[in-house]
Design a protein around this ligand. Structure first.
Ligand SMILES: Cc1ncc(COP(=O)(O)O)c(C=O)c1O
Length: 393
């Protein structure tokens, strides 16, 4: 079947954070505001997900779920088919979202007061869960080289706090869309081994990679890391199922896995949501064709938005994304102060975007724009930005 990603779906009034919480969470109140903040798409997912959920709705008997054996198998098969990663399905523990997996890893493998290293600017929730668990986040600010982020491990070696226990690695990276090269991943893994650190690899964006780039699975390129590695991934980012709240933590080492599961059990998290599990299993079993149509659509949106923004806003520069649909735009070249460019984006252009500082050091002059929405809306956003910045040329 041919999917129509141009279709405009009315999402206001549908319990959508992205659409219904714009005023409250980002302060953008205009009725015709365009939400380009939360990392989810405005597209319909695969038909097979609709069918699988429709069958459940038709029966309307939402009892307790069983079936995580087939769910684990579906995730393992997906990882093999799309990333060449062959795992034992038993390595996978379903979690209520990737973020729960990150939080459980913090709780299972570090203690209060310990330091967790993050490579900033980075997905803001890393900070949320580190702080909420009374651990210290240590931001290692990355540099930009040839339009990609770079982790400077020599510098990190000199500054690493003594009580560092763990590293959070976002691969591909959000924001900025850097797809890490095998030698970069190997260097990081070697660093973790030398400093006795647990590595948590958040690979949720692994499928959203543009032609010319390839996602490399941490464990595959650096098998030596296996006994200190937790990989969190899932179907929700790929298939626009964030509200399903299901992720999977892949842990090959049995001792680590047992500890992780004990922590999940302690929190009552080893029982799963039926709609979420059914939807994500259907997506990973049958969603290949949908994804193959989605990626070229997103790629065109990326090209349109990146070129558009540079034309619309003199001095602004979008980092060229290798992955993700989250354009990362640097406003430092505009000569405008933060409050000024943010009020032009949110007020004049009526666009709800994510302010850079929430992503930590290095994000100060940036704004993140989500372009996973029908193309007509991306065009409208670019046109509005042009008007909002027309006087600075
Ligand atoms: C790097 C990263 N990890 C995790 C998440 C959220 O995962 P989940 O909704 O499964 O908790 C996101 C969402 O944007 C993300 O960008």
């Amino acid at each position: 079947m041919i999917y129509d990603f141009d279709k405009l779906i009315e999402r206001r009034g549908t319990h959508s954070t992205k659409w219904d919480a714009m005023a409250e969470r980002v302060g953008v109140t205009a009725e015709d505001a365009i939400p380009m903040w939360v990392a989810e798409m405005d597209f319909e997912g695969p038909q097979e997900v609709r069918e699988a959920l429709a069958a459940e709705v038709e029966r309307l008997t939402f009892g307790y779920y069983t079936g995580d054996i087939t769910w684990r198998q579906a995730m393992s098969d997906w990882l093999d088919r799309h990333h060449g990663w062959q795992i034992d399905p038993d390595w996978v523990t379903p979690t209520p979202g990737v973020c729960s997996g990150l939080a459980l890893a913090i709780q299972a493998f570090s203690d209060e007061g310990d330091t967790i290293v993050v490579f900033s600017p980075v997905y803001h929730a890393f900070y949320t869960y580190i702080d909420a668990n009374d651990r210290q986040a240590f931001s290692h600010q990355m540099s930009e080289e040839n339009g990609r982020y770079r982790m400077d491990l020599d510098r990190l070696e000199e500054t690493l706090p003594d009580n560092a226990k763990m590293v959070f690695f976002c691969s591909p990276h959000n924001p900025g869309g850097t797809v890490w090269h095998p030698e970069e991943i190997r260097a990081l893994c070697g660093f973790c081994e030398r400093h006795d650190l647990i590595l948590v690899a958040d690979e949720i964006h692994h499928d959203l990679v543009y032609p010319g780039n390839q996602h490399h699975v941490t464990q595959m390129v650096a098998p030596g890391i296996t006994d200190r590695l937790i990989t969190c991934a899932g179907a929700t980012k790929t298939f626009n199922l964030a509200g399903a709240h299901v992720g999977g933590a892949v842990i090959a080492n049995e001792k680590l896995r047992r500890k992780f599961r004990k922590m999940a059990k302690r929190s009552g998290l080893l029982s799963y949501s039926l709609p979420g599990m059914v939807a994500t299993e259907a997506a990973q079993r049958h969603g290949d064709e949908w994804l193959s149509q989605l990626l070229p659509y997103l790629e065109k949106n990326r090209d349109l938005f990146e070129a558009g923004i540079q034309k619309a806003i003199p001095g602004a520069r979008a980092m060229h994304l290798e992955a993700t649909y989250l354009s990362w735009v640097d406003f430092s070249g505009t000569g405008l102060k933060r409050e000024d460019f943010m009020s032009r984006v949110g007020g004049r252009a009526r666009i709800a975007a994510s302010p850079g500082p929430v992503f930590g050091p290095g994000g100060e002059t940036f704004v993140r724009f989500n372009f996973a929405t029908p193309r007509s809306r991306v065009e409208e956003a670019v046109a509005r930005l042009g008007e909002a910045f027309a006087d600075i040329g």
